[in-house]
Design a protein around this ligand. Sequence first.
Ligand SMILES: [Zn+2]
Length: 136
Amino acid sequence: MSLRDLPILNGQPGRPCPKSDRLAESVADRRAQERLDLAWAKAVKTRDHWTCQICGVKVEQTIAFTPTRAEAHHIYAKGAHPELRHEIDNGILLCLQCHRTAQKDRTVIPPVILGRAELCYRRIVLGETHPDRSLA
Ligand SMILES: [Zn+2]
């Protein structure tokens, strides 16, 4: 008896089992999502000139948990608003310390984040193209 003689438990002869197809799709989806996440974070950091928008400290790209670590924060939480996950207007650059504070208690929202939230809402939901001028 060889492996070829064993019954096929999943899938069809000559074709990978459906579970491995779904796993491959899941991995590909996750990798695509990670690429989008990185591109979104990079765009937010560049737009905000590598400066924490709450405390004003210059931040840097690092994997170390230093106070000046650059972190892109979702203004509208990505879990509650997955459709806004990769909208640049839904991001704000914070230092590690300010990001932790913002995530700890979302009921206490710094004014700069409230302002950005309004801009995000106006641009994405209302379709305004020049939010800075419309708020002036
Ligand atoms: Zn900060």
